[in-house]
Design a protein around this ligand. Sequence first.
Ligand code: GDP
Ligand code: MN
Length: 381
Amino acid sequence: MKLHEYRSKQLFAKYGVLIPRGRVAMTAHEAKSIARELGGPVVIKAQVLVGGRGKAGGIRLVHTPEEAEEAARQILGMQIKGLPVRKVLVDEAAEIRSEIYLGVTNDRAARCPVMIASAEGGIDIEEVARTLPDKIVRVHIDPLLGMREYQARYLAVSIELPREHWHDFIDMACGLYRVFTNSDATLAEINPLVITDDNRLVALDGKMVLDDNALFRHPDLAEMRDLDEEAPAEREARRFGLSYLKLDGTIGCMVNGAGLAMATMDVIKLFGAEPANFLDIGGGAGAEKVAVALNLILRDANVKAVMFNIFGGITRCDEVARGILAALDESKGDIPMVARLVGTNEDEGYKLLAKANMIMATSLADAAQKAVALAVESQLQ
Ligand code: GDP
Ligand code: MN
């Protein structure tokens, strides 16, 4: 779950990170009165859950409350990368001397958190990593010890931060690490962290991604979920306890178990196509859940063929087949489908599916080959 910039920065502030004064507005009129309250120049910032808002015109520096109102009106009417802007943050503007990147995430290979800093802040860190890899410094953090001061100092030295800012920077880095672990985040990022003309170190932008699987420990954070801004398919999947992730390929797949879903995606790739989604219906899924899952898959216009790979155990193949039939009753599409069922009640499952216009497969490889061939065929039509 991603947090909006203003939520992230409010959290950061609780951990001693300095942020600009400002508030969020839902209307242009509100933006104007916040700008008046703050006095002086302000920035109007679109609150959408994607990066690169600056480049998309979603961030404007203005000098009067009237200009703030006008800019807010324009930004509130925008869509950024397909997402409508429903809120703007009105922050006092900063005079920027230099922009730094500071972020913490998990390094899966190293099996611990890593804090990353760069003197090349403001732009995409991925871009910096590609073009100027030497400009990025990392320290790995022992989760049992936490972030140590000397590690933050090492980052400060490595990005050639002027010595007068070391003290504040160390506080911020340690604060950022604490907010990261205390919130069960997978990312906490300040980009840019700026040195202002009046020589302060301020977090101008903030971004946090929380681990959905730990949200139950943070009811206060879970409440911040912005349903308006999530893909409707993913929202529905969550409601039914399905793990669904849309991808770019043409083969929709429905699988029980995350590991099997990954293996299925690999096998689809092996035979030359790309999966349209990751979908784990979980163990013991009933017919209703299966029907919801199939509807999710079929809603994706890229899907040219569907492949079912069900390993029956607690999940019963006949129950899955019933769900498939129920979903097919509702949607009268002509997407070709391939099923491979193995395990508990597989015979019954196949028997039920024989009523539908379904291609049966004898193994995972067989299913993938058939699905890939069908997808290619229907793309040619
Ligand atoms: P992003 O594009 O979505 O990452 O949004 P950011 O909040 O990072 O803003 C993008 C850029 O806008 C920053 O790197 C700054 O260069 C600029 N910017 C943001 N806030 C201010 C501000 O208060 N004053 C000035 N002068 N520039 C700002
Ligand atoms: Mn940014």
